[in-house]
Design a protein around this ligand. Structure first.
Ligand SMILES: Cc1cc2nc3c(=O)[nH]c(=O)nc-3n(C[C@H](O)[C@H](O)[C@H](O)COP(=O)(O)O)c2cc1C
Length: 210
């Protein structure tokens, strides 16, 4: 079983990374392959709503001048995904938002390869806005029919400067419990591989006009 965690902070070893690594250490102890991909320091363009990914059906975004497409197989091939974002103005930091909009749109338009993966989300925050940011991250997981791993508190770690989250004892435990629950869900999924998932519904998309 493989888990790919997405570090949406510009800092390679900041508080978001620390949260992901803390959960990841437990996953590794439970025998899960774990990697963190760093996207928050990349030049990631926002989705331009061209819907070309739905036409091309090649698991790629049509924007080819940045690095996003290089990361997509690392997510597609994983059994579990952890989204990690620092809180910027009580929301998902901008580069990560751009990355997630395109990642999940490509997946959704190409057969929804996120479906039934185990998903989790964590945020790093100095003081306030962790809950609203976490809610926003959960929106990606829950529209994709993912199996969401949770903890004994919401997945928020506190700190401002890079080393500060290491002092947040409750945050650390939250990440450890998250990692343990995620490993268990992955094991349950593996053990239940003989049980067929429900068939994929043909999506009905309505708006308020028709
Ligand atoms: C542009 C910007 C906006 C921020 N907005 C908030 C905020 O709304 N609430 C808050 O408590 N901290 C805010 N912070 C602080 C970060 O969320 C905090 O330092 C976090 O731990 C950074 O994680 P990182 O080390 O992974 O980058 C902000 C930081 C920046 C740079």
């Amino acid at each position: 079983m493989k888990v790919t965690a997405i570090n949406g902070s510009p800092h390679a070893k900041g508080n978001t990374w620390f949260a992901l690594k803390t959960a990841g250490d437990v996953l590794v102890r439970e025998g899960v392959d774990f990697q963190i991909i760093h996207v928050g320091n990349k030049n990631v363009h926002g989705c331009i709503s061209c819907r070309q990914c739905a036409k091309n059906q090649d698991d790629k975004c049509s924007i080819r001048h940045d690095e996003l497409n290089n990361f997509l197989p690392l997510v597609k091939d994983a059994d579990g995904i952890i989204l990690g974002a620092p809180v910027y103005y009580s929301g998902i930091a901008g580069i990560m938002k751009c990355f997630l909009d395109r990642l999940f749109y490509v997946s959704g338009a190409n057969g929804n390869w996120m479906r039934h993966k185990v998903g989790a989300a964590v945020t790093a925050v100095r003081r306030s806005g962790g809950s609203s940011t976490l809610d926003s991250l959960y929106h990606y997981l829950t529209i994709s029919e993912m199996i969401v791993a949770t903890s004994n508190y919401w997945g928020i770690i506190h700190g401002q400067k890079e080393e500060e989250a290491a002092q947040d004892a409750e945050g650390i435990q939250t990440m450890q419990v998250l990692g343990a629950n995620m490993a268990w869900l992955l094991a349950l999924k593996q053990a239940a591989a003989h049980i067929a998932p429900p068939p994929k519904a043909t999506k009905i998309a309505t708006n308020f006009i028709r």
